[in-house]
Unconditional design. Sequence first.
Length: 648
Amino acid sequence: MTNAAANPAISEAPALSWSEANQRYLAAEFTRLRDQLSAKAESFADTAVLHARALLPSPPAIDRLCAIFDLSLFERDLLLLCAGVEMDSSLAALCAEATGLGRRPAVTFSLAMATLADPHWSALTPSRPLRNFRLIDMEPNHGLTTAPLHIDERILHYLAGVNLPDPRLGPFVQFCPTPAWIADEHRPIAAEVADALDLDAEGGRLLHFCGDDAHGQEDIAALAAEQTGRRLFRLRVEDLPAPGPDLDQFLLLWTREAMLLHGVLLLQCGSTGLSAGARYAVERLPGWLILASRDNVRLHRAPLRYDVKRPEPPGQKRLWQRALGPAAASLNGMLDNIAEQFSFSAQTIYAIGAVAAAGGGEADSGRLWSACRSVARPRLEDLAQRIVPMAGWDDLVLPDSQKQMLRQLAAQVRHRMTVYETWGFSALGRRGLGVSALFAGESGTGKTLAAEVLARDLGLDLYRIDLSAVVSKYIGETEKNLRQVFDAAEEGGVLLLFDEADALFGKRGEVKDSHDRYANIEVGYLLQRMEAFQGLAILTTNMKGSLDRAFQRRLRFTVNFPFPDSAQRQAIWSRIFPSNTPTQGLEPARLSQLNVAGGNIRNIALNAAFLAAEAKSPVAMTHLLEAARMEAQKMERPLSDGETRGWA
């Protein structure tokens, strides 16, 4: 006979939600405990408990908790008794009377042993769930049997039917919802991870995601968690406390929370690597743990490793097409350039694309390109000097062969999608597909200006890295500094200009001592990253001869910037002053007699402009003569009569 048939009132009662039925069941359990404490000879509480259970569409919270933590019947009733003191005033009064604590109603172990069924001493040992998982707390400065016991607030809410994360974990972990969409390349990895989680139902296996796509790692973890009926929470390494009591409390609270919420923890290393606190946590945390980092991390725990990298350009293009929807068709090939120049996670592409396609019409290619640059830019701001490129091809005075080589360099950057992906060169391997160049020439011959021209022409941000400041005498520090720059630039949209390469390069081919060997490692690391860099990387040097030929062969282009001859200097003088600058009687042919490079010419022109402004007159040859003498003093090179004859 069913419960409903035995009690017609149950079948006639309106259906209750699980939350309402759970509250009613809890009240019935409190009534049962009151009768036990009162030692009533006749009690109908057990029947009321059965009736209340019959109204539940699924097990009550207390039963779920017992299953999670494997509580005995005595531990179950002890926990209910502690909850009843907080939720049932009459039960609290009975406990206060029984323990003699007056106005401070509480449960003690001696009271539980005396009144509850099937008591056992081990229930309050530190290894049993009640204390091991802090389901209850014992007031200090009391004996074990007389110490007041209090249910933990998080557990009290759980019994009442409210299963929300412990607020004490709020500063550390954040819930990660299932991603709205994910890169196609990452779906098979998510399926593998889901299988691993299912095979390890009890938890305890460490999964390690390695690669440059931190957002993609989170997407995979969240999708795998959702597919296995779990919830993913993210913890950043920098948010973890240092080893000590605070970290131990976090580990305890999370261990309990993972059991209550069926949670998976994603520990994100970011660019800081694995801190001491994070390493301590990884080695000790039970349950499902996913460690996400850029590089492999050596641990005592043996992990399952998965490579998670940003999609290659064809995958990037597919993501953009999905994010932009019908608006993608209006970009007329611009997506090829974006997909080849920028390397974003699926989340980033979705965010940018949602804004770009918000109007529902055609996408503005210029605004989309600018949006990509603005997203990629911030990580480099603290590591390199950003130069706003203003110069165009007409501002560049070089022999035709050098100009043609620079234009070929720009063309290779533009058409990489066609050659690498459409024509299949990337299928042979992506090593060596980065566009790199060496600009060699004396100071002031236009190397930085040429980089500006390329950056402006290609729509890239130009960042200058002074290699003399990057190179360190300490072993490994130079590579670390270079790694920071390339890692920050990997999202693309930038031209990296490594200035003063002579600080790093030398004739390193012959290893004579340990210094040469480590210098070779540093140079090799730089060239390796340049070959793999998706953007454009340029080295400048004043002394090309100091670069070993074996290293030169690994650079795609070498452009020599000659010292300008008289005709080239005249061309530079002819265009050195902006159109708004008032001038009078300037003679570029005479000015070209001055045997200096373009950088010096610019300095002279600028100083002459200030002299003319002070004199409230147009820039004249006399101002240029005075400015030239100032520049000569700075260069510690006297001017000859032939160089300035006829200037004034």
